[in-house]
Design a protein around this ligand. Structure first.
Ligand SMILES: [Fe+2]
Ligand SMILES: [Fe+2]
Length: 474
């Protein structure tokens, strides 16, 4: 079904046939715009930005590009096409028809999942609101704003579900999503990672690489849901999400490329000299990977979870790419997980019902997906003739959730003493002085085609435009 842009709220759900819902959403719309103007990108609301807008939900040619002022962006409700006779693909109800309405017994679980997902979307816009003021190029500024408007669109996606399927509670939750704010002491966002400001571009690229990828995996799991409207919503969100990870992967890739160029130019592998030359040294890139990977792993929840088991059993939430698994029921199967010994000095394995390990299974898929970028970056480093390899730290390193939470582990995943951990932590994650150095590089570059000195230009522009296209008219 095509998207109807003649309506106040663009949509492909035939919104005008449900007057009550249409009225509720049209009442929410100005609140959203007020939120965007107040909490969205600071300083660029009246500028023309070269943005893509969804025009259909087809895999091919689904978007058009043009100059838009962000508050005029056509945020709307777009669901992937309904799959005819879709059946539940896993759990105790495998093979039964999917649900077009919310079953009463799953109402509060589904609402919680949708609210939690919905909360992260505007949270990231709030976290990133100052990044336009120190962007490394116009091209990057445009990509930032593209990510931001699409996170706003993802909020619309969740608010539609709340308003359409959860009655009065849903309407209240929709309002609350605009009232909580990232970092607000009295009314913070739900997940702690989404309450830290992202005010430098190394953090932004790391966030889009690691944290948006967690988002991708959450969406993949919800795309399996027996609640069909949720599944269809998430399937289309995944199409948009791919660009966010592209921004992260190519952003970090360009930082790495620039570091290699400087190392070769100066014929040095001394990080201090690379920094003197205004580039970000590879060991510092590694510290950013260690920090963001470990905090993103926490977003998957506990390795052993009765909630996750229940979601799988009932059909609310599946595994990412459920059809790639052999057994879709996992009734009596077991899965090996690991835990630290009580004294913290060793690690042992134990078996738990597979259903209880769903978070861990999803997280393992995520880790594999994270490796793809590293392989590309390492290939580029090797090609530049430099002997350095970026790695992901152990999944036990620096965790706040799961069995290794609050156990001192080094990036190789070996138990160490708390003293040793504290002494070495800033060899592993960015130290205050590393962060101060990165901050010192963050100066706005806005001449079309020009790049800050700490990253290489992109290989190509957006939508076949040249790299020096005026992506934002200032
Ligand atoms: Fe999103
Ligand atoms: Fe995203």
């Amino acid at each position: 079904m095509g998207i109807d842009y003649s309506q106040k709220i663009p949509n492909n759900v035939d919104l005008s046939s449900d007057r009550q819902l249409q009225r509720a959403l049209e009442k929410w719309q100005p609140h959203f715009i007020d939120w965007w103007k107040e909490m969205g990108p600071e300083g660029f609301q009246q500028k023309d930005v070269y943005l893509r807008t969804a025009t259909s939900v087809d895999a091919k040619g689904w978007a058009s590009y043009g100059m838009v002022q962000m508050p005029e962006y056509r945020w709307g409700i777009f669901l992937a096409d309904q799959v005819e006779d879709r059946r539940i693909g896993f759990g105790d109800h495998m093979g039964e028809p999917v649900w077009q309405q919310v079953p009463g017994e799953h109402r509060s679980d589904l609402r919680r999942l949708i609210v939690t997902q919905g909360d992260t979307e505007p949270a990231s816009v709030e976290q990133q609101r100052l990044l336009g003021t120190n962007c490394p190029s116009l091209y990057d500024m445009r990509n930032l704003f593209q990510v931001n408007v699409e996170e706003g669109r993802h909020l619309w996606a969740m608010v539609y579900l709340l308003q359409a399927y959860f009655g009065r509670d849903g309407r209240e939750e929709a309002e609350e999503l605009l009232v909580r704010h990232s970092g607000d002491v009295n009314n913070p966002r739900i997940l702690s990672t989404f309450n830290e400001p992202i005010d430098d571009w190394m953090s932004f690229f790391s966030f889009t690489y690691f944290t948006d990828r967690d988002g991708k995996f959450q969406l993949k799991m919800l795309a399996e849901s027996a609640f069909d409207p949720l599944s269809r919503t998430c399937r289309f969100m995944l199409t948009e999400e791919a660009h966010h990870m592209f921004v992260g992967e190519t952003g970090l890739g360009r930082v790495i490329k620039r570091a290699c160029e400087v190392m070769n130019e100066l014929k040095t592998d001394d990080p201090a000299r690379v920094r003197d030359h205004g580039a970000i040294d590879l060991p510092l890139v590694q510290k950013y990977l260690n920090f963001w990977y470990s905090s993103s792993l926490d977003l998957f929840g506990a390795d052993k979870s009765t909630n996750a088991a229940a979601y799988f059993a009932t059909g609310i939430k599946g595994r990412p790419d459920e059809d790639k698994f052999e057994d879709h029921v996992e009734a009596d199967t077991e899965y090996a997980i690991e835990e630290p010994d009580a004294d913290g000095k060793g690690i042992h394995q134990l078996k738990v019902p597979t259903r209880n390990a769903m978070n861990l299974i999803a997280r393992r898929g995520y880790s594999k997906d994270c490796e793809i970028g590293l392989t590309r970056w390492n290939r580029a480093i090797k090609k530049a003739g430099i002997d350095f390899e970026l790695t992901l730290p152990s999944e036990r390193f620096r965790r706040s959730v799961g069995p290794f939470a609050d156990f001192a582990m080094n990036p190789q995943g070996q138990p160490i003493s708390r003293d040793e951990y504290d002494k070495n932590i800033y060899d592993w994650i960015p130290s205050p002085s590393d962060k101060a150095f990165v901050k010192s590089l963050m100066r706005q570059v806005v001449e079309p085609g020009k790049m800050a000195g700490w990253l290489a230009p992109p290989d190509r522009g957006i939508n076949n435009q040249p790299v020096d296209y005026e992506y934002v008219r200032l």
